[in-house]
Design a protein around this ligand. Structure first.
Ligand code: FES
Length: 120
């Protein structure tokens, strides 16, 4: 079943927002959604370095100076559009992406993602 995260305008352009993952699976990792202009990207909140959440600083996923995703544990940096690590201890690794689309201004997790989400 697809789920609406929020409205595109609920996230400041260039920033990200955290969401719970699947309420039916205790301990499932969270998700975060990035807005980049009129586009949105969704990733599992798990760093490929140590498989812990990226936002050691809660809710902080972005390096706004460089315009990339940044893990706040050891500062690995990832491209927004594909989640590929371009700098840091997991260089070459990738974040796990989930399919998201925008319809009528809403960010929608595609049904094929197979997860249920709720606002964190
Ligand atoms: S846990 Fe993310 S860089 Fe180490």
């Amino acid at each position: 079943m697809e789920r609406i995260f929020c409205q595109l305008t609920d996230i400041v352009d260039g920033d990200a927002l955290a969401f719970d993952h699947d309420n039916s699976k205790p301990g499932a990792p969270g998700l975060f959604v990035i807005r980049e202009d009129e586009k949105a990207y969704c990733y599992v909140n798990g760093c490929p370095h140590l498989h812990i959440t990226l936002d050691f600083v809660p809710g902080r996923f972005m390096n706004k100076r460089t315009g990339v995703i940044q893990c706040t544990n050891h500062d690995a940096r990832f491209q927004i559009e594909n989640g590929k690590c371009i700098w840091g201890l997991c260089k070459g690794g990738t974040l796990t992406s989930l399919p998201i689309r925008i319809a009528d201004g809403a960010m929608i997790l595609e049904a094929s993602a197979g997860v249920d989400v709720a606002t964190k």
